[in-house]
Ligand binder design. Structure first.
Ligand code: SAM
Length: 205
């Protein structure tokens, strides 16, 4: 940031709001700040998870960045039957989430979870968490989400879509609500942004 000693920056740790801090040391390799006063309260997002199947690296980075900007509280990469890439660098994705929170002036940083198998997650799906399952097969049908302010998750499939087995697991899950994002098949990264927008405009605060 090219700040020198005596200058003030705003800092946050993801849990305690925004704080003014004075630069007391600004070396090439290290610096030091003196945290002074809270200037913004902590603002946590609604209890919304984003579940998505990782795709190419740059597009996965995009999904994490946009999810953090759009107020997802937890970002969960999932392995599905047709997942394109199962290797993720969680630390890298977490760093993207921090940068996105900084960029949009947020005080909350979503946690990026370890990758987990979708079916394993569905086996232990919390009873009180609704799941907005984005299904390109429903093209044209409008979203009919229950106005429930409790915990939610949004699920986006991989480029190859969901397998029949996954579809029947989702159909059997009472907390799952299938929604369409319109009549066109969107790329997974576009679908993630569209789905979070739909959720935020319908149920977000
Ligand atoms: N299997 C599909 C195919 O090849 O025809 C494409 C899957 S799409 C690229 C990736 C994911 O984005 C889907 O699994 C779904 O979750 C979401 N998606 C894309 N378009 C959608 C739409 N119009 N409505 C709902 N979800 C959509």
């Amino acid at each position: 940031m090219r700040k020198g000693t005596g200058e003030v920056v705003e800092v946050f740790d993801g849990r305690s709001g925004g704080w003014d801090a004075e630069v007391v040391e600004a070396g090439k390799k290290k610096g030091a700040l003196r945290v002074m006063a809270q200037v913004r309260p902590q603002r946590d997002p609604p209890d919304l998870w984003l579940l998505f199947a990782p795709i190419k690296r740059a597009r996965t980075d995009f999904i994490v960045e946009k999810a953090a900007e759009m107020g997802a509280a937890r970002i969960c990469p999932v392995q599905t039957d047709f997942t394109n890439s199962e290797r993720i660098r969680r630390d890298r994705l977490q760093a993207h989430a921090v940068e996105a929170a900084e960029q949009c002036g947020g005080t909350f940083v979503p946690e990026v979870a370890e990758i987990e198998k979708l079916v394993a997650l569905l086996d232990h799906w919390p009873e009180d968490r609704r799941l907005m399952f984005c299904d390109e097969g429903l093209a044209g049908a409008g979203a009919t989400l229950p106005r429930d302010a409790g915990p939610w998750a949004v699920l986006i499939g991989p480029e190859g879509g969901f397998s029949e087995g996954e579809r029947s697991r989702l159909a059997a899950l009472p907390q799952a609500h299938a929604v369409s994002l319109g009549p066109r098949i969107l790329r997974a990264d576009t679908a993630a942004v569209a789905a979070l927008t739909l959720w935020q405009t319908t149920l977000g605060d």
